[in-house]
Design a protein around this ligand. Structure first.
Ligand code: HEC
Ligand code: HEC
Ligand code: HEC
Length: 450
């Protein structure tokens, strides 16, 4: 073949691959699974699903912005451990790509967003483009915020600008070639970024529409709970089927009865979202503990209810093989079994539990200090890989809830890999369907994941 023919052939092949990728991978609108007619917000005749709840309708712009900033959980990523809220510097370690740092979004004119115009701010949230015109990386969930209305984005800006400016420049990013070519994001956006603002569904209830806006445009729940494809785009046909995040399993939250949260009552689901604990089921620790602590606990009851309504409407996914799928415990078990998985490890697990854990969790797993500390019916106890149990023990937990604070110390520093493996195996064998068989080496690996 002549060189020009080769080139043409190459271009044809590349175009065909791009077309196939587009058809297979494209995410599109996150509510596309729902039947009914989606319309522009301006043409929607029902209650406006965007903005703040009715209780705040008369509040000033900054107060409305505060509610929306919390619902969108901007603080989670723009606050480094031990750092000042919104001043940035949290590291995002992306495998093979490098390390990216969140930016300072306090009103400091030099290091923050004090000098940003409204247009620039809205463009960042809607298009994923920074002040200098460069593409931002999707570790910043603009693929969700693009659904947000302009007025909600500007309320968030007004709130952020009402805060104390903090002069702080996060460390420079360390991203390898070719990923450091921000222009590549242009192609990525064609595949994975919805091209429009939130579109209400004329045939769904007001509650559903409000829930959809909260979950998709603000809460970006899919960012952690939906698995990603090789190009880091969300797999839209596996919406909320569960994914790994910072060494934790962000479980399947579809309405599947066995693998998802289908058998949770409304009270359980709302209790979990607003307070971090579903009575008789799971408690929120790790990244989800932070979501509750920074964001969901501030939402009105009506908004929490709307989110629950929406979550229950997404397609059920059984997904027994999914990376973050853990079966729902059929019966909450209360009585410790005496049969241990590995005779060499079990006595050590019991020993650690007795000395360091039983005072708060009690031998029957009921959780003496607070209902949050109950192991009964918790999905985490029923994970034969012991993933979130290991992380909770390594990192501890701390969340503020309506009736006070919930706290567990971290045991990562004071306890050996063998002790942690043993206590996780002890817990899963006593309170789960199938015991884990973690080895000390496994704990070494998990320490590096978080
Ligand atoms: C899941 C993590 C995450 C959340 C949640 C998040 N951000 Fe970010 N944000 C980032 C990261 C990471 C960057 C840096 C992206 C880059 O450099 O390409 C960023 C960048 C930005 C930028 C660009 C700043 C600049 O100097 O270029 C703005 C503005 C911004 N975020 C505002 C917000 C607002 C407002 C919210 C809440 C509505 C929010 N972010 C929520 C992770 C997050
Ligand atoms: C930063 C990542 C992250 C985000 C964002 C996130 N989650 Fe989670 N979620 C998790 C993790 C991790 C767990 C497991 C927590 C644990 O085991 O303690 C979890 C657990 C849950 C559970 C309990 C599942 C079970 O069976 O135990 C529910 C329900 C849930 N999330 C709903 C939501 C909703 C609704 C949103 C959006 C408002 C959301 N999550 C946003 C990471 C996240
Ligand atoms: C000071 C009291 C306290 C001590 C001591 C304590 N815990 Fe906890 N633990 C809690 C509380 C409270 C929670 C619930 C945290 C939440 O809601 O996020 C919890 C949660 C957990 C979880 C997550 C449970 C789930 O279902 O998601 C595991 C696993 C766990 N603890 C194991 C241990 C082990 C093992 C020890 C001893 C090495 C221990 N804990 C010591 C109070 C304690």
């Amino acid at each position: 073949m002549s060189p020009s023919r080769k080139l043409i052939a190459l271009v044809v092949v590349l175009l065909a691959m791009a077309a196939v990728a587009w058809l297979l991978l494209r995410s599109g609108d996150p509510t596309v699974f729902a039947s009914g007619k989606r319309v522009h917000l301006a043409d929607f005749r029902g209650t406006n699903p965007t903005g703040v709840p009715p209780s705040l309708a008369g509040a000033d712009l900054v107060a409305r912005g505060e509610y929306l900033t919390r619902a969108a959980d901007c603080a989670a990523c723009h606050t480094a451990p031990g750092g000042k809220p919104f001043s940035g510097g949290l590291a995002f370690k992306l495998p093979m790509i490098g390390t990216l740092y969140s930016t300072n979004i306090t009103p400091d004119a030099e290091t923050g967003i004090g000098a940003w115009s409204d247009e620039e701010f809205v463009r960042a949230l809607h298009q994923g483009i920074g002040k200098d015109g460069k593409h931002l990386y999707p570790a910043f969930p603009y693929t969700s915020y693009t659904l947000m209305t302009r007025s909600d984005a500007l309320a968030i800006k007004a709130y952020l600008l009402s805060l104390k400016p903090i002069k702080y420049t996060p460390p420079p990013n360390d991203i390898s070639f070719p990923f450091n070519q921000r222009n590549l994001m242009w192609f990525w956006n064609v595949l994975f970024k919805p091209e429009h603002r939130f579109q209400p569904n004329a045939d769904q209830s007001p509650d559903w529409n409000r829930g959809a806006y909260l979950v998709e445009a603000l809460g970006h729940c899919g960012d952690c709970h939906t698995p990603r494809n090789l190009l880091y785009g969300l797999k839209s046909h596996q919406k909320f089927a569960g994914a790994m995040i910072q060494g934790w399993k962000a479980y399947n939250i579809t309405p599947d009865q066995v693998w998802g949260i289908g058998d949770w009552s409304d009270a359980q689901l709302k209790g979990y979202l607003s307070g971090g604990h579903a009575e008789g089921r799971s408690s929120a620790a790790g990244p989800m503990g932070e979501v509750v602590d920074n964001s969901l606990r501030f939402l009105s009851d009506v908004d929490i209810g709307a989110m629950a309504t929406y979550l229950r409407s997404v397609p059920s996914i059984g997904n027994a093989e999914g990376i973050a799928a853990v079966q729902t415990p059929l019966v909450a078990k209360g009585t410790p079994k005496v049969a241990f998985l590995d005779a060499a490890i079990a006595p050590l697990g019991l020993h650690v539990f007795e000395g360091a854990c039983a005072s708060c969790h009690s031998f029957d797993g009921n959780g003496v200090v607070s209902s949050h500390a109950s192991f009964l019916g918790s999905r985490t106890m029923n994970d034969p890989a012991g993933t979130n149990a290991t992380q909770a023990i390594l990192q501890g937990a701390h969340l503020r809830v309506a009736h006070g604070e919930v706290f567990m110390p971290e045991f990562g520093n004071g306890y050996s890999d063998a002790e942690i493996a043993a206590v996780v195996n002890y817990l899963t064998s006593n309170f789960g369907i199938r015991a884990s068989a973690l080895t000390p080496n496994e704990i070494v690996k998990r320490r590096q994941e978080n």
